[in-house]
Write a protein that binds this ligand. Structure first.
Ligand SMILES: *[C@@H]1O[C@H](CO)[C@@H](O)[C@H](O)[C@H]1NC(C)=O
Ligand SMILES: *[C@@H]1O[C@H](CO)[C@@H](O)[C@H](O)[C@H]1NC(C)=O
Ligand SMILES: CC(=O)N[C@H]1CO[C@H](CO)[C@@H](O)[C@@H]1O
Length: 410
């Protein structure tokens, strides 16, 4: 009975192996499959405290992200049999210590993700045995002033973003001579000396945004350097570092010249996107140049608009001020003149009307009619000729009530 049972179990096991083939090796805490033609084991979010998952040595891609691994001891990975790894994801763990020989024996490792750990330093030679390492992610650690000065000349892609880095020594990248992309964004850097980048002869993209750049000459020089070297980047200090007009010619001319060959370098991210798109489709050269010309035209136009607008407003304001001043003067003067003439006109009219009225009563005396500005006649005059002065209000209501008033007189 027991022999038969064992026999059937063995058959079942063999059938299982045949049926599920490769995935038979998968550790219980992981999910396995093929991924980019690699034997892949994903063991994320399993509260693992070490890299020992039971994954066999055929595993080429191992994802241990989002666990609780805190230390990588010397030779630990090699001793676990993970020597064929090409991809190792250790992001979102609690790694604060990595032994100098932790990666020894991982001669195939190409991609290593150590982002979102608790690293505050790294030994410089730690990746020397990993001769195939190309992509290294160190984002969201806390290097602060202990920026790792790595010796890894074959590395092409390094992220050091969000690492609280406040200063980068000028010799930091000496051991990373083949970097093509470097991410230093979202750190605490105020300045970055151009000399620091001079060892990076193959650099094609540099992310520097999200730092509190001082926006002084050093920052400005850095951006000029990046433009000259055709290194792609997102402009920082766009508002503060406004080149003077004569400097503009020096800066933007090389751009126009180089953009024919490499239009990826651009100050404006929107334009960059579009130009990159156009390029990935690889259109003929003449279209290229057209695209370049239009983009540079756009940027130039915007630059000039930006540069004139304050002066423009100043001039317009000044002219408006002068114009309104002149207008006010003109109005004031003309009103003065008008008031005088209108007054005399009105007065003459009134006088003639009065004369007409008074002609009824006192046709004899015309000489005594006075200008309105003349002082009131003596009391005796008023008494003697009441007809002339009787109803003073007549002058004010003259236009409306001539008829009624005249009847009053009679
Ligand atoms: C990490 O794993 C935990 C479970 O251990 C899960 O709740 C969480 O959503 C995971 N986080 C990410 C970013 O995958
Ligand atoms: C590593 O895993 C994290 C979380 O699962 C993921 O966001 C990240 O892209 C992975 N890294 C690489 C290099 O694939
Ligand atoms: C700035 C600019 O030209 N943006 C354009 C980029 O291309 C997309 C479509 O490919 C347009 O929608 C954007 O307007």
């Amino acid at each position: 009975m027991t022999r038969e049972a064992i026999g059937t179990w063995l058959i079942v096991l063999v059938l299982y192996e045949v049926a599920f083939g490769v995935s038979g090796w998968c550790p219980s805490l992981c999910e396995c499959g093929t991924w980019y033609n690699l034997q892949h084991a994903s063991c994320t979010g399993r509260h693992l405290y070490s890299i020992h998952t039971g994954a066999p040595s055929i595993v080429q891609a191992l994802d241990l992200s989002n666990n609780s691994i805190s230390i990588l001891n010397n030779y630990e990975l090699a001793e676990a049999g993970l020597t064929r790894l090409k991809y190792l994801n250790l992001s979102v763990n609690a790694i604060s210590e990595i032994g100098l020989n932790a990666f020894n024996g991982l001669s195939e490792l190409t991609v290593l993700d150590l982002s979102q750990n608790h690293l505050y330093y790294l030994l410089p030679d730690i990746f020397m045995p990993v001769k195939k390492l190309r992509i290294l992610r160190l984002s969201k650690n806390n290097f602060n002033s202990h920026v790792p000065r790595l010796e890894c000349p074959w590395l092409t892609d390094l992220t050091l973003d969000s690492c609280q880095i406040s200063h980068i020594p000028t010799d930091m990248f000496i051991g990373l001579s083949h970097l093509r992309t470097l991410d230093l964004s979202n750190n605490l850097m105020i300045q970055l000396d151009t000399v620091t980048l001079e060892t990076l002869q193959f650099l094609r993209r540099l992310s520097i945004e999200g730092n509190p750049w001082s926006c002084d000459k050093l920052t400005y020089d850095l951006q000029i350097y990046l433009i000259r070297k055709n290194i792609q980047y997102h402009a920082v200090c766009a508002k503060n570092v406004e080149p003077k007009k004569f400097e503009k010619m020096i800066i933007y001319n090389p751009r126009i010249k180089y953009e024919k060959n490499r239009p990826l370098i651009n100050l404006n991210p929107n334009i960059k996107k579009n130009v990159t798109k156009k390029h990935s489709i690889s259109i003929p050269v003449h279209k290229d140049t057209i695209a370049c010309v239009t983009t540079t035209d756009e940027t130039n136009l915007r630059k000039t608009l930006n540069s004139i607008s304050p002066y423009w407003f100043l001039i317009v304001g000044f002219l408006l001020g002068i114009a309104s001043g002149m207008l006010i003067c003109y109005v004031w003067i003309t009103r003065k003149i008008c008031r005088c003439s209108r007054q005399t006109d009105n007065d003459a009219q009134r006088v003639s009307l009065l004369q007409n009225l008074w002609q009824f009563e006192d046709p004899l005396n015309d000489t005594a009619i006075s200008c309105p500005d003349t002082p009131p006649p003596p009391y005796r005059e008023v008494m003697l000729r009441p007809g002339r002065y009787r109803n003073i209000s007549i002058t004010t209501n003259l236009n409306n009530n001539i008829a009624t008033n005249s009847t009053e007189y009679t």
